[in-house]
Design a binder for this molecule. Sequence first.
Ligand SMILES: CO[C@H](O)c1c[n+]2c([nH]1)[C@H](O)[C@@H](O)[C@H](O)[C@H]2CO
Length: 449
Amino acid sequence: MHRRYFPEDFIWGAATASYQIEGAYNEDGKGESIWDRFSHTPGKILNGDTGDVACDHYHRFREDVKLMKELGLDSYRFSISWPRVLPEGKGQVNEKGLDFYKQLVDQLLKAGIDPAITLYHWDLPQALQEKGGWANRDTAKYFVEYANLIFKELGDVVPLWITHNEPWVVSFPGHAFGEHAPGIKNYQTALQVAHNLLLSHGMAVQSFRQLGLPGKIGITLNLTPVYPFSDNEADQKACDLQDAFINRWFLDPIFEGSYPEELHQIYRKKVGEFIIKNDDLEIINQKIDFLGINYYLRLVVKHNPDYNIFGVETVKPEGREYTEMGWEVYPEGLYDLLIRLHKDYAPEALYITENGAAYQDQIDADGRVHDQKRIAYLKAHLKNAHRAIEAGVPVKGYYIWSLMDNFEWAFGYSKRFGLIYINYDNQQRILKDSAYWYRTIIAKNYIED
Ligand SMILES: CO[C@H](O)c1c[n+]2c([nH]1)[C@H](O)[C@@H](O)[C@H](O)[C@H]2CO
């Protein structure tokens, strides 16, 4: 067997997000979030599930940190619920909410686990949505005020900061397709939201630098390598457009200070303008210490003039394996993506801030969860991350999505991504076989193939 050793200082982690695991949706002074409102709206979430209780992590965080320590995690990526610390989004601080995160960080540090904080993982205070939400440029200002509050409370002890998780998902499923909170279906609004999210990212990075904090700051993007269905010109063009739509619309402003011009022209013609002010793109183009990548699947596309505003149709190749989300298992896509990012944008460092798969997990007669498919998925993707590292790509760490089964947005609790199985009837935690497997990988710092 060939051993693939990872760098000595490689970070092995796992990730979650506040709305998906915390519960206590209206406890101890927490304000309403847009996901509280969305999940309480009939018809939005499968089976009428909500994040009201979720994994009850708000009350069980000490037990959960003990499980992280049992796995030997180097780092734990989690998000802060903005309305838990600022119930109205700005102004009055909820000290009990802030105290929860201070206790969580304290427990992590005592367990020898580095906290990695995502400032925004989709749960905007509803009070700000009432003022227009991310479509309102002022929300960028309120985001920086919120970020500064957290920077000042935790900035001395938290080494890794992520401003936003997947602004593409916030913008398009949330504001163009209506599938995510706040459930808006307006493409022009989505473009303004994307811009204001990027602006808030740049402003928060500037503030982080001014505070002179010791940690590293970056952003996490959902990046999906796109491949043409055939080598004909129309399919190749469709591939380039889809790449610009999902990947470059965020990568280019952050790393180059400009939007992809061809796609911008299409938007101007078919959607309308969005407001960019004087030095916005200069602010967005702040130097970041790392790029976070959420990788799950690739896309294969072909030209179809009737399909959408781009004339791009995604296809599902035959004979391939798919996860419970209907996402193709394509580990090579992670290698291709990392090589492309290194070549085209050259981030100082890269972290795989999410990679994982949903499978039909169940507790067997022996009381265990034998999730062999998940182990195979993770191993294949780690192999491709290792290939990229050997090719010179500065990948510094890997966070499995997810530490535990949790609320999978519009799919509710029907999809399980966790290393830890959650029995939602009694909140029992069960380490899946993949958790034990991951523990050995962390201990050995290599995979065998
Ligand atoms: C194409 O997948 C996306 O990049 C993506 C997948 N995922 C995500 N983004 C989100 O960051 C998580 O909150 C989800 O729970 C997780 C699993 O669906």
